[in-house]
Structure formats: C-alpha cells, structure tokens
Design a protein around this ligand. Sequence first.
Ligand SMILES: Cc1ncc(COP(=O)(O)O)c(C=O)c1O
Length: 395
Amino acid sequence: MSEPITHLSTELIHHAYQPPAGFGAVPPGVYKASTVIFPNVAALRSRDWRHKSGYTYGLHGTPTTFTLEERIAALEGGAFCSLAPSGLAAIATVNVALLRRGDEVLLPDNVYGPSKEMARTLLADWGVTHRLYDPMDAPALAAMLSERTKLVWLEAPGSVTMEFPDLRALVRAAKQRGVLTALDNTWGAGVAFRAFDLGDGLAVDLSMHALTKYPSGGADVLMGAVVTRDEALHHQLLLAHMRLGTGVAGNDAEFVLRSLPTLELRYRAHDRSARQVARWLQAQPMIRQVLHPALAGAPGHQHWSALCTDAAGLFSVMIDPALPSGRVDAFVDSLRHFKLGYSWGGPMSLVVPYDLKAMRGDAARHAGHLVRFSIGLEAADDLIADLDQALRALR
Ligand SMILES: Cc1ncc(COP(=O)(O)O)c(C=O)c1O
C-alpha cells in the first residue's frame, strides 16, 4: 500500500480523483498543457510527436487543437491541418517549410501586404529571392517559372484591390512545371469555393487560412491554419512548426471551435449585406468603381463566377481622383457604424483608406482614392444610412 500523502500542497498537486469518463456535451472539451504525462519510460521513448495517435508535448497538440485541426481540414476539404498563432504565422510556416537558400518564390502583386514584406526582408536575408507576378495574367506567370521557382503563392481575390484571378489557369501553369502552389484562402474561408477541387482535376497543394477572420468571427482571436491533402507536405509543415515553436493556446482554439458551427451562416449573412451595400455605393456619384468580385464589371468577376456563388463581406471602392485626399479622410472619419481598423470577418463593420502608391508597383492602374470596407453583421440598411450621411463630406 502506498504512503498516504500528508502535505497539503503535494496532495493538491497529486490528488487522485479522476472524474468518470464519457462526459457528453455539445462543445468539445478544452485541454491545456505544456507537459504531457507519460505512463512509463517505454511510452516516452516510443512516442512519435508527428502522429496524432497520442500526445507528446503541448506544442505538438492537445485533444483541443487536434479537434480544431480536423475540423479545419474538413472545412477546407483537405486531409491534414496544422495550426499557427496567426494567419501571418501560417504564411511563415509555409515559407520556412518549403523554401531554401537559392530558391525563388512568386507572389501575386496584390498579395496580403505583410506576406510581401516577409519576402522582401526575412526571405531575402535567408537567400530566398522573390518576384511579383500579375495575378490577372496566367501566361505571364507561366513564363516566369524557372528551375529555381519552388513555390507560387495565390490569393483569390487579392488583398485591397480585390481582383479575382483565374485560379485554374494559375494552378495549371504551376503544375505543368511541377511547382507547388499555396493559396491564401482567408477570403473564401472554405465556403466560397473548394481549394482542393477547382474543377478540371486542379487543386492547390496548400491552403492557408487566417482563422482570425470568419472562423473566429468575434474579432477576438488571432490564429492561422495550413491545410493539405499531401501527407509528405504536411510532415514538412509539422517540422517547420516544431522548429519555430509556433503553438496555439487551448482557450484560443476553444473560441474558434465555438464559432465554427455558425461559420457558413455568418459568411452568407456578411455576403448578403455586403452586396446590398456595394450595389448602393455603385449608384453614388463620387464612387468611381466598386471592387467587389461578385459585381459585374469588377476585376476578375468572370473568374469569380466560374468558381463561386458566395462571396465574403469585403470590398473596396475607388473614389473620384479629383477630390483632395483630406475630403476622403473626412468621409471615413464621419462614419459612425464603420469603425476604423484592420482585419475583417468580425461582427462590427470596419473601414480603412489605403494609399495604393505606397503598396503597388501598378498603382497607376487604379485611378482614385481607395477605401476598403469589411461589412459586419449590423443591419445593411443602417450601414447604408451611415454611408449616406458620411458621403456628405464628399459632396
Ligand atoms: C488575406 C489575408 N491573409 C492573411 C492575413 C493574416 O492574418 P492574421 O491577422 O491572423 O495574421 C490577413 C489579415 O488581415 C489577410 O487579410
């Protein structure tokens, strides 16, 4: 018989009570751990951290993060998922996993800005070069691919200017040269189109997703994911994840697990309102163009139509270039329901004016002042009334 524990702190740490197994509830349990306890040395020595048959250390997964990974893999139509502490960390995981000194990576010119910044700085320091391609010109991308090209990033639609590319043509061009493709699928969110089933037998190799946006839905969590159908690629990602130490917290995973069941409903509600607001803006005289891929005449609308019926609640407008920029700032500052801030996919509508000249080589193509809107879950009529009163600053 073992000695009874007599010291309070020891007893509280080693308390023997085990709750009964088989607790059933709607949400999955939330587990948090750095240390994982092994039953004996043999189990510790034989444990392979890369497989989800058991647990090794908090960084490599808990029942909570494994559950979220399986659900995100299902959302994206992939087979394997690894989580990261932000969307940008997920982008970094892909780059670290796949690129080596001497390699080249190609990025669309309208890629998420910090992804371009990562290529310009960290990747350049590590001897990885990058070039920007025009996402609306698939033959030009095909002509850029070389022996050194190891990865092509894709985004549909691109950030801020919202051009929807011919994804099939871009993926086909990369496949023909045996180059891997990674899609930033944050906008599509697994709802608008199937990244692993683009039609004509085409699929991306990796789908990266900023769970910060629609899967979280609360504007209160930062998280990212990378999904693939290829087990060998997944293992490369796991090695990068392990070497970078980019784990996610159990409570953050809990937030995303709690929001996932309403993802599709929320996505469609954002979409409905965004199209209503975007169409209203199209009719306003100071608005030169509405950059929303689901609207006829928007850049890449035909490619969006070929792949999607849904769209996210995100779009930009181009305001008359003849107006001084101070008037555009006054318009943005006059908005009451739209708050000024980065990110999207949450309940509150957001707005950001962007200076394209500072962001794009092809800024001359976009005449006017660009303002981006993320449509939240407020009533669309209230958002339109807010825009109407704020547009007085432009009239
Ligand atoms: C298209 C896109 N990808 C990736 C990210 C990065 O996500 P996170 O903010 O979680 O790093 C963002 C964030 O705005 C984004 O818009």
